[in-house]
Ligand binder design. Sequence first.
Ligand SMILES: C[S@@+](CC[C@H](N)C(=O)[O-])C[C@H]1O[C@@H](n2cnc3c(N)ncnc32)[C@H](O)[C@@H]1O
Length: 192
Amino acid sequence: MSLCLKTPRQSPKKSKTPPNRRNACTSRLHARHLRLGFVNPRLVPLLDRQIIVQTILWGNANRLVKCAVDEFKAGDDIMQPANVYGHLVVQLAERVGPTGRFELRNVTPIQVARSRKKLARFPHATVLHANAIEPYGRERDGVCCFFLLHEVPDNYKYQVVDNVLAAVRPGGKAVFVDYHQWNRFHPMGPIM
Ligand SMILES: C[S@@+](CC[C@H](N)C(=O)[O-])C[C@H]1O[C@@H](n2cnc3c(N)ncnc32)[C@H](O)[C@@H]1O
């Protein structure tokens, strides 16, 4: 199983819309998308299950989670710029253990509250309310960016990748796991 960095192959297409309006527009789309599955207080508890993540990721979630977690070791100081439903965040906190540090961030308050509950038994884990396009502060041993890039507008993707790379110390690990460009003859292509 490979870890994929889904980066556009070329710089963004030139648009006639001024950058400020373009950013505002993609940010509004992003906000609408977030409201659908990550903000609605009735949906969030239903969706925050590993079986849902397994379904969204076509049965590959557990393998991908294992691949990501295996990149880190006990004692590492790591962060994740946006959480994922299911058990990944708990597994990362368990992996680095009490001698390590795990910082999780999320842009939506309900997800922050949920993650704080999930991670309450790990004193070495902290959850911050923050947007992944804001800088991540100090350098760390690793950053795990799990299925965030496909969620955010293109202008955000560049900032997120820059932030991740800037937050990893020399010799540390930037781990990106995300959908890659599908083969145009793949039967699931139209659904994705
Ligand atoms: C990382 S993606 C993971 C989606 C994946 N399909 C899953 O199984 O959950 C979803 C999370 O990212 C968060 N998120 C989206 N955009 C963000 C941003 N710009 N900064 C921080 N968190 C963000 C959402 O609040 C949500 O909790």
